[in-house]
Design a protein around this ligand. Structure first.
Ligand SMILES: Cc1cc2nc3c(=O)[nH]c(=O)nc-3n(C[C@H](O)[C@H](O)[C@H](O)COP(=O)(O)OP(=O)(O)OC[C@H]3O[C@@H](n4cnc5c(N)ncnc54)[C@H](O)[C@@H]3O)c2cc1C
Length: 375
C-alpha cells in the first residue's frame, strides 16, 4: 500500500485550503436560514471554485475511491461540513451513477454541467422510513407511450430543493432489477417538500420528495441490477466515511487549540493530565480511523475482492470514532462547547447522522458478520 500523495495532489489540497479565506468561509455560515435561491447560488459558486482548484472531479468518471481523494475529502469536510455533503452527493454519488451506469447520451447530457458546477444532482435511494436492505423498492415506473409514469416517495433527499437533476431509485413494472429515473427539476409530477430541519448538518438542503404520475422519458432511465444499487450505496458510505474524518479533524483541532489557550487554576488546561490523556486518546483514535479509511480506499482503487467489507468496517469505525472524539472535544471545551455556534457542538450533532445514513452502523456490522461467516 502506498499512502503518499504526489506533488500535484498536494497542490490541489493547498489550493482548496486557500479558497477558504475568512470572508469566503463566512458566506457558508447560516445556510440553514437562507432562502433556497441563495443556497443554490452559493453552492454552485463553490462547486465551480472547487472544480477550478482541482478538487478531484476526475474520480467521477472512474468511479473508484483513492487515498488522495479521501485526503482531499477529509480536508473539505473539516473546512465546510455541510457544503461537503452537497458537493459530494452531486458529483461523487449522482455523477458517478451517470458516469458508470448511464448511456452515452445521458453522460454527454449530464456530466459536463455537473463537473463544471453549473448543474447539481441529488440521489433518492431510501424510501420513506425504509432502508434498501430489508424491503423491495416501492417506487415504480409503469411503461407508457412516451416512456414511464412513475409513482413513489422518498423521505430525506440531500440537495432536492436545489438540484437540477434527481436520480430516483425504483423498479420498472414487470421487469427484473431496479432503475434510476432521472428527473429534472421541473418534471411534471415531481413534488419537492418543505426543507427539513435536522439535528446536525443544518446547512444542507434536505427535503422529502413525492412522485405522482411523473412522466420520465425512456432516455432518462438507467436500468441496473441489484448489485449495482449496492455499489451506489457503497459510494454513499465512502462519502460518509470521509465526512467522519473531517468531523474528527475539526473537533480535535478545536479541542487542542482550546486546551492550549484556555487557563484554569493559572495554567492552560492541557497541563492537566486528564485533559492531555483525553487529547492523546482522541488523536490515537483519529489516526487509526484515518488509516482504516485509507486502507479501504486503497482496496477500492486496486479492486480488491474484500474492498466492500473493508468499506463497511471503515464506515462503522470512522462514524463511531467521530461521535467519541466530538464528545471528548466538547468535554474539553466545557461550558463554551455546550453553547451553540462552535464546531465542536455542531460536530457532536453531525456525528449521529453519519451512523444512521447510508448503510447504518447496525446493518454495516451485519454485513461484515455475513462476510466473516462466508454468506
Ligand atoms: C439527514 C438525512 C439525509 C438523508 N439523505 C438521503 C439522500 O439524499 N438520499 C437517500 O436516498 N436517502 C437519504 N437519507 C436516508 C438514509 O439513507 C436512511 O435514513 C438510512 O438508510 C436509514 O434508513 P431509515 O431511516 O429508514 O431507518 P431504518 O432502516 O428504519 O432503521 C432504523 C433503525 O433500525 C436498524 N435496522 C434496520 N434494519 C435492520 C437490520 N436488518 N438489521 C439490524 N438493524 C436494522 C437501523 O440500523 C436503525 O438503527 C437521509 C437520511 C437523513 C437522516
Amino acid at each position: 500500500m502506498n499512502f503518499d500523495m504526489g506533488e500535484a495532489e498536494k497542490q490541489v489540497c493547498g489550493k482548496v485550503r486557500e479558497l477558504f479565506t475568512e470572508d469566503a468561509a463566512a458566506e457558508l455560515t447560516g445556510m440553514e436560514i437562507l432562502p433556497m435561491e441563495d443556497v443554490r447560488r452559493i453552492t454552485r459558486h463553490w462547486l465551480t471554485s472547487l472544480g477550478e482548484a482541482g478538487y478531484p472531479m476526475s474520480s467521477v468518471k472512474n468511479g473508484r475511491n483513492s487515498v488522495s481523494l479521501v485526503v482531499n475529502q477529509e480536508q473539505l469536510a473539516a473546512l465546510a461540513p455541510a457544503l461537503f455533503l452537497s458537493v459530494e452527493v452531486s458529483i461523487r454519488i449522482f455523477g458517478r451513477l451517470v458516469a458508470r451506469f448511464g448511456t452515452e447520451d445521458q453522460k454527454n447530457g449530464v456530466l459536463p454541467g455537473l463537473i463544471s458546477g453549473k448543474r447539481m444532482g441529488a440521489v433518492a435511494l431510501s424510501e420513506n422510513s425504509m432502508n434498501i436492505e430489508n424491503d423491495a423498492l416501492n417506487t415504480t415506473g409503469v411503461s407508457s407511450t412516451d416512456g414511464f409514469r412513475v409513482a413513489g416517495s422518498k423521505g430525506h433527499v440531500i440537495n432536492a430543493p436545489i438540484a437540477d437533476w434527481i436520480a430516483v431509485a425504483g423498479k420498472m413494472d414487470g421487469q427484473e432489477g431496479s432503475a434510476f429515473f432521472l428527473m429534472q427539476k421541473k418534471s411534471k409530477g415531481l413534488f419537492i417538500g418543505e426543507r427539513l430541519s435536522t439535528l446536525g448538518y443544518e446547512g444542507v438542503p434536505i427535503s422529502p420528495i413525492r412522485l405522482k404520475d411523473a412522466s420520465v422519458p425512456a432516455t432518462h432511465v438507467i436500468h441496473m441490477d441489484s448489485a449495482a444499487l449496492q455499489t451506489v450505496r457503497m459510494w454513499e458510505d465512502q462519502v460518509l466515511t470521509a465526512a467522519s474524518l473531517g468531523l474528527m479533524r475539526r473537533s480535535f483541532d478545536a479541542a487542542l487549540e482550546h486546551a492550549k489557550t484556555h487557563k484554569s487554576g493559572g495554567k492552560p488546561i492541557v497541563a492537566y493530565q486528564e485533559v492531555g490523556f483525553k487529547l492523546a486518546e482522541m488523536l490515537t483514535l483519529f489516526q487509526t480511523a484515518q488509516l482504516l479509511a485509507y486502507r479501504a480506499a486503497w482496496m477500492s482503487e486496486s479492486e480488491d475482492r474484500e474492498a466492500d467489507v473493508l468499506a463497511h468496517s471503515a464506515k462503522v469505525f470512522c462514524a463511531e470514532s467521530a461521535e467519541k472524539i466530538s464528545s471528548d472535544a466538547l468535554q474539553i471545551l466545557g461550558g463554551k462547547g455546550y453553547v451553540r455556534g462552535n464546531p465542536v457542538e455542531a460536530g457532536y450533532r453531525d456525528a449521529k447522522y453519519i451512523q444512521i445514513a447510508g448503510t447504518s452502523t447496525e446493518i454495516s456490522r451485519m454485513k461484515i458478520g455475513d462476510r466473516v461467516l462466508g454468506y
